[in-house]
Write a protein that binds this ligand. Structure first.
Ligand code: ZN
Length: 629
């Protein structure tokens, strides 16, 4: 048993606790005494203050009310207007989750209704909002977690023991160092190994979809052993950061994955799609859905600003990065004050349609790892470059001549930005109402956005909650869910707008649409995201107008007659915003490490940061290590 548990149990009346254990960094106690459960709350609060850990007292599963009776009781306590859609019991944890339309009302004044449920049923209630758009992936993740509730409980307890049972490596004189397995002087396969005297932690593990020979991060380094990793932290769901996380489980990893809840949901979806795309193009997928399932089971979600111990000498906190829903800047506190590292991953330090601006103040920062996707000196967005206007013009012109607008999108981030932009244009009558087709996965990711409005910025939350005007629910948005429906969209007469993945034309339905819409000069192709070197999107941007698609018999020459344009709003910071971030971050870091950008951009941003702010900089290459302390 972890020492901390022994210490806590000593402070409580003998025999009051029937079982004690961990849920990751949280401590959970179970009691078989109803009286003790009802009376001990202030005692537990005292322990939380004393030990500075989250400690929760729960009724032992043996004293909870029988589920059907509890369900009746709960429905009696909660007012009708709340509208309970689902009641899900998690017996090993004595917890019950209520999915409701009006979470605020369900909680009651200062939590009075929740307390009433606890005291009457001995189940611990959690209230969740029913997403207005049904999401298959959220339902699937939920059922994976509940069908494996016992395994999950054991896994969380094991994770807690690794955090609290003391040092196992014990080389206290070892350095803190970072090794770049990918994503240094390049974009596409982010993976950073963090080694401390006690811990081995991986920050992101991405796959580069735009390059066959440089698709994987470097894995044959002597210091990289997937089985020995203590934790994996995923900054956000894009494939170049999360794409190979399930592959780690194939390599024998069995530890925790830390990220936000929207990141977990979106990355599972993108990974399952990644498997599907491989199969469709006749390749063996790198991993299977079984490993995605395993990843979900081992994922511990954290909210923004929530502090969590993840190993004996590492404590992390995630903050909003402003890049896509759930995307995080990760603050890593190492060795009780030895070193503080901030990993921005992809960040947007500027106005965004969906998200708040990236977080910038921390208690301590010695080293900062920053991205440089648009860090080059030519990457200043011009003040007169108004993407809303440009998008409006391109769409209006195309619709006006009865053409179709095809927008290849990343699935997450820009796609939903664009949806909100179009929704506002139609509401303001700047654009005629036309059907807007949202192909498969983009729709699923939109549904995830509606499930986590607390991650969106105030404008959108106000539209949803105060004005009852959820932009994602506009009737013009129509889901395309099958190849048959896709054909219908392509063959349908008249104007429309189509949003489909992949964003760089490296696979997925956007390729199919392009092939069919390419020859008609009434149509327009609008790029909305970063186009990686080597991708078809980049080649078209550079002027290529003829290329072959498919292989073998299905090989086909495609000639582009449609208009091509690029809207330059990005969910990344431009050069100015990156410089401003380094200027504004508090406290001022001693060292800035520049990565996640093409070589010249990383070098250039690094040089400018050094010159302007007099901060030591490092621009590593792949497989290079940097000593932090
Ligand atoms: Zn990203």
């Amino acid at each position: 048993m972890g020492n901390i548990l022994k210490e806590i149990l000593k402070k409580l009346p003998e025999d009051s606790i029937s079982e004690s254990g961990f849920e990751g960094a949280n401590i959970v106690l179970y009691t078989k005494s109803r009286e003790f459960f009802l009376e001990a709350q202030s005692q537990i609060k005292g322990l939380v203050n004393e030990f500075k850990k989250r400690i929760e007292l729960r009724p032992d599963p043996s004293i909870t009310m029988e589920t059907s009776e509890a369900q009746k009781k709960i429905r009696k306590i909660i007012p009708k207007e709340v509208k309970i859609d689902q009641v899900i019991f998690d017996p090993p944890r004595s917890s019950v989750i209520l999915h409701v339309d009006k979470p605020g009302l369900a909680i009651g004044k200062q939590g009075s209704l929740l307390r009433e449920i606890k005291e009457n049923t001995f189940w611990i209630p959690t209230i969740k909002r029913t997403p207005p758009i049904k999401s298959k992936i959220i339902d699937e993740i939920r059922s994976v977690l509940y069908e494996n509730a016992e395994d999950r409980k054991k896994f969380l307890d094991k994770t807690g023991h690794r955090i609290y049972d003391g040092w196992i490596r014990g080389k206290k004189d070892e350095w803190v160092r970072l090794t770049f397995l990918g994503g240094a002087k390049e974009v596409g396969r982010s993976a950073i190994l963090l080694q401390t005297p006690e811990s081995r932690v991986l920050l992101d593990f991405g796959y580069n979809v735009a390059s066959e020979e440089n698709a994987y991060p470097y894995m044959d380094l002597p210091e990289f052993h997937p089985k020995d990793l203590d934790a994996v932290i995923v900054s956000h769901a894009h494939i170049d950061h999360s794409g190979l996380v399930p592959f780690l489980f194939k390599l024998g990893y069995d530890g925790p994955v830390y990220c936000t809840a929207p990141t977990r949901d979106v990355m599972s979806l993108l990974q399952l799609d990644f498997i599907k795309i491989a199969r469709e193009s006749g390749k063996d997928p790198i991993y299977t859905s079984e490993q995605v399932r395993k990843m979900v089971l081992n994922t511990i979600t954290l909210g923004f600003d929530e502090v969590a111990d993840i190993t004996p000498d590492i404590r992390i906190t995630m903050y909003n990065a402003g890049h896509i829903i759930g995307s995080s800047i990760i603050h890593i506190h190492i060795g009780n004050g030895l070193h503080n590292l901030v990993y921005t991953s992809d960040l947007k330090y500027g106005k965004s349609i969906l998200l708040p601006r990236a977080h910038k103040s921390f208690n301590r920062v010695e080293s900062l790892i920053i991205e440089s996707t648009y860090g080059g000196k030519e990457d200043y967005r011009r003040a007169d470059d108004n993407p809303d206007e440009k998008l409006k013009e391109a769409i209006k012109t195309t619709i006006g001549r009865g053409g179709k607008v095809l927008m290849p999108v990343l699935g997450s981030g820009r796609a939903q930005d664009v949806m909100v932009m179009i929704a506002k244009m139609i509401q303001n009558k700047e654009l005629d109402s036309v059907p807007i087709y949202i192909d498969g996965m983009v729709w699923d990711i939109t549904a995830i956005h509606t499930a986590y409005p607390e991650f969106l910025n105030r404008d959108i939350r106000d539209m949803i909650f105060k004005k009852d005007n959820n932009p994602f629910l506009m009737p013009e948005f129509k889901r395309v869910g099958s190849p048959k429906e896709r054909d219908k969209v392509i063959n349908e007469e008249g104007a429309c707008i189509i949003l489909a993945t992949s964003g760089m034309l490296t696979g997925g339905p956007s390729m199919k649409y392009l092939k069919e819409l390419a020859s008609n000069d009434k149509n327009t192709l609008i790029f909305t995201c970063y186009q990686a070197e080597g991708s078809l999107g980049r080649r078209i941007m550079q002027g290529e107008r003829e290329f072959t698609l498919g292989s073998g018999r299905s090989r086909e020459l495609v000639k582009l007659n449609l208009d091509v344009s690029k809207i330059s709003v990005s969910d990344h910071s431009d050069r100015r915003e990156l410089m401003n971030y380094v200027r504004d971050i508090t406290p001022k870091p001693r060292k800035v490490i520049v990565q996640h950008g093409e070589k010249g951009k990383c070098m250039d941003l690094g040089y400018s940061i050094n010159k302007k702010f007099d901060i030591e900089i490092d621009v590593p290459s792949d497989i290079e290590s940097i000593r932090l302390k």
